[in-house]
Design a binder for this molecule. Sequence first.
Ligand code: SAT
Ligand code: MN
Length: 586
Amino acid sequence: MTTNKALAQWITEIAALTQPDHIHWVDGSDDESARLTDGMLADGSLIRLNERTHPNCFLHRSASNDVARVEHLTFVCTRDKADAGENNNWMEPAEAHRLLDGLYAGCMRGRTMYVIPYLMGPYGSPYSRAGVEITDSAYVVANMRIMARIGTQALAHIEAGNSFVKGLHSIGQLDPEQRYIMHFPEELLINSFGSGYGGNALLGKKCHALRIASWQARTEGWLAEHMLILGIEDPQGNTSYVAAAFPSACGKTNLAMLVPPAAFAGWKVWTVGDDIAWLHPGPDGRLWAINPEAGFFGVAPGTSLKTNPNCMRTIGRNTIYTNVAVTEDLQPWWEGIDGDKPAKLTDWQGRPHDPANGPAAHPNSRFTVAAAQCPSYSPQANAPEGVPISAIIFGGRRSTVAPLVFEALDWAHGVFTGAAVASETTAAAVGQVGQVRRDPMAMKPFCGYNFGDYWAHWLGVGERVTRLPKVFHVNWFRKDADGKFMWPGYGDNMRVLKWIVERCEDRADARHTPVGLVPHANDIDVTGLTLSPQTLDALLAMDPEIWQREVAAIREFFGTFGSRLPEGLRAQVERIERELERQRAA
Ligand code: SAT
Ligand code: MN
């Protein structure tokens, strides 16, 4: 139990509502973890993988209709609807509470209610925040144990008088018709029902560290962002840190663990985080970032020694796999993994694999693993003060329009660039894959309040922070007329990171366009890369006519935010339109 009265009272209240058979306060110990794992092995919710090749690794198969985040069932419940904004589904808080309390009533009968105190962020950091997740899923406990700092120390943080976010989760009947992911930012409360999967159920991640935290960050003057954090060490031993926002399943984990190409001897990339960054103005006028998470919940398909060797070296032990396929001798398998496809596989639903049923591993199958196991894990990853950010990078998956890289002209233009991010959708969320949608700052599914207010907050940070990071936009996914990717990506993205670092140090050149500063072909270090000059030119092209159409689409999108759209963004649209028109006329 706990000495914190508010917490004790909430637990009593929720136990009365949900009627569990047992209440288990999670202490985070190895003993407890072993007992939970044994229970899940016994009831079949975990399967032990090949102990020789993958020690202490397990497979979980989720319900086949519960495999991704559900954005259409995700709500932000604020008193004033306009505060949630066009970017969120909204429900009136009292109505949402009525609906959910009805679903929660008696939902834990015959089950154990786990109480998980957790901390997002390093122990001892002034930027870390606590939460308590109540759940009836042992699988959630096992994942939270990897993804956050849970148990006794987190509880001590709360009992020392720090505030905490409340998260109530029940898998219910895993019925997609009775599934809701509800946020009450004004109450620092999350209610999740009917899903056991990833971001729907591990409430410390998207629900707390992005939706609720973004709301708190706005009132407190910081930023909670869907960004990886990495350090780039040059051959002289200087390390610069960048934070980068891409929509789900666009390669954040790969970029965060990048291994530079052979021609980049002496360069090294350090991983601080792969998904979420909390950025605070520091005493020296720079933005400092911490990774609130302690683990990676990454997409398995496409991960291989070729695309992400550090990741493959991370996930060989102590890893929970969800919805991957398995080989005959119980090794995890997915499309894109190294080696030939085995003749016999069991698919993610436990059936003998038949290609007629689709891929063997679900396209959104995942691994959950402790960040500390990553060979490139940064020695600064647990620094209480975080790491100082030199550059912010936005990106999306665009087969056309966006060049390989460009730099924003200044902070306000950088905010515009982030707000205008668009990307082709992926399997990380339920729905059509491959549609272009606007995904500002890669926060479309995660911003806990009105995007108009959010952009105004970003612009405001530019006025308060004296040593602002430079802002960039990248696109690794440009395709040629034959539909083939033009840029090799993965480790070769180091070539773009190098230009970015050099720009931050005023050591590299660029040409001015209305849309941003683009490298000349010879500004990108292509040593050791076979890439035709024509392809590189095409990758760096900024076509004014295509961009006139793009800016018209951005103007229309911004228009949906009405009077909450900050004047600073409207001014950017108008400037770019004017300059593009002048360029076209010339
Ligand atoms: O399911 S999660 O939201 O945790 C993963 C993702 O979409 O990035
Ligand atoms: Mn993500």
